[in-house]
Design a protein around this ligand. Structure first.
Ligand code: PLP
Length: 407
């Protein structure tokens, strides 16, 4: 199998599995228990917190809370901020967020909040003019992703958060760093010093699924969100998921240790894949190519065929890729991200996302490059948009009108 869907989830690293192992059957004690046996467990959890807090450049270890995933962290941050600041009822986010933020925005609109969804240009860059114009005296919160899960496009969080704080320091800035965590430098005392809250999920960087984090800068007005026991300084009740917390810290440690080498190698492989496909196949374009992108992501639009067809054929060869977000790929709707970018109909239905990790090797990329052109040629033979004889797109008058994606 060739796994190129690392933006959906990643394999647990062997070092992570080994670090977690003792905390299942041996050191299984509740970290809140008073007896001596539980003390090393409590200590291990606090060391894990310290390691991740330091990695992110947090000023205080207690600013980092453990959660079950990024979705929980984002819900906690947004609804916690609303509860703590009931007088403000306007939020800003973008049209290309992951559903974990986008759907909250839509739900809040139904509840009577005003939510501005800032658009992007054809390359996926945020419309900065629109962003600045939407900042208002009643704006409570800005919630913006660092890197897009579908295209890999990186938003300028340093600049956006600075503009927000210069406009009104009481507006809260939440960053969804789920895709960028460990891939792109984040320093909460440096480039992210104006970010108040930051969410991430361990399974995107070789920790298991079911563990995440929320950074809450000291003094941020955000109410307790999971009411229960006194865990996480009373801000998130529920017994800590000790093995997974230890695992996530180990994953951060591994990523930090090899960061520069890993990212350079991953980028080289991504570029090889990208350049190879662009050279071998006509009528393709790289979604987000003109913007700053994460080094591991390639979202490629193959005009005149359907992405689902490509994915099935790749899957038959043991290649795992995706047509966009794993959370929306069950639907036949075109990607909201590509729609917001204005990617034309004939391309957004034929877009495929490859996402690499430090376990991706060159022979896998070579295999995909060998097979991908055949797959595209086969599907184009079946496409009503493709003129087989001339080996080019059909003239528009021959195209079946109003053809839907599901037909
Ligand atoms: N935000 C982004 C950008 C994501 O890519 C994802 C998952 O793909 C999430 C949030 C939600 O992460 P989780 O499903 O781990 O809660």
């Amino acid at each position: 199998m060739i796994y190129l869907d690392n933006n959906a989830t990643t394999a647990v690293a062997p070092e992570v599995r080994d670090a977690m192992a003792p905390f299942f059957c041996d050191e299984y004690f509740n970290p809140s228990s008073m007896y001596d046996a539980a003390k090393p467990v409590k200590h291990a959890v606090e060391s894990a917190r310290e390691l991740i807090a330091q990695f992110l450049g947090a000023s205080y270890t207690s600013e980092l809370l453990f959660t079950s995933c990024a979705t929980e962290s984002l819900n906690a941050a947004i609804f916690g901020a609303i509860r703590a600041n009931p007088e403000r009822r306007h939020l800003i986010t973008t049209a290309v967020e992951h559903p974990a933020v986008l759907e909250i925005g839509k739900e809040l609109q139904r509840e009577g909040f005003e939510v501005s969804f800032i658009g992007v240009d054809r390359q996926g860059n945020l419309n900065l003019g629109e962003f600045v114009r939407e900042l208002r005296s009643d704006t409570l919160l800005v919630a913006i992703m660092h890197a897009n899960n579908e295209t890999g496009v990186v938003f300028p969080i340093e600049r956006l958060s600075r503009v927000v704080k210069e406009t009104d320091p009481s507006i809260l800035f939440l960053c969804d760093a789920t895709q960028s965590m460990t891939k792109i430098p984040i320093q909460l005392n440096g480039n992210f010093r104006n970010v108040d809250m930051l969410a991430f999920s361990g399974h995107k960087f070789h920790a298991p699924k079911g563990i995440g984090g929320l950074y809450l800068r000291r003094g941020t007005r955000c109410r307790t969100f999971l009411i229960g026991g006194h865990q996480e300084l009373g801000r998130r009740g529920g017994t800590e998921n000790v093995p997974y917390i230890i695992g996530m810290a180990k994953a951060v440690e591994c990523a930090a240790g090899n960061h520069a080498d890993d990212q350079k190698r991953i980028e080289y492989l991504r570029n090889k894949l990208e350049n190879g496909i662009v050279q071998k196949i006509s009528n393709v374009e790289v979604n987000g190519s003109g913007a700053e992108r994460m080094p591991n992501t390639l979202n490629i639009a193959v005009h005149y065929i359907e992405g689902e067809g490509i994915l099935y054929q790749l899957s038959a060869l043991g290649i795992c890729a995706s047509s966009g977000s794993a959370c929306t790929s069950g639907s036949l709707e075109p990607s909201h991200v590509l729609t917001a970018m204005g990617v034309p109909f004939t391309a957004k239905h034929g877009s495929v996302r490859f996402s690499l990790s430090r376990y991706t090797v060159e022979s896998e990329i070579d295999f995909v490059l060998d097979k991908f052109p055949e797959i595209v040629a086969r599907l184009r033979r079946l496409s009503p948009y493709w003129d087989q004889a001339a080996n080019k797109p059909r003239e528009p008058q021959h195209v079946v009108p109003n053809r839907t994606h599901s037909s």
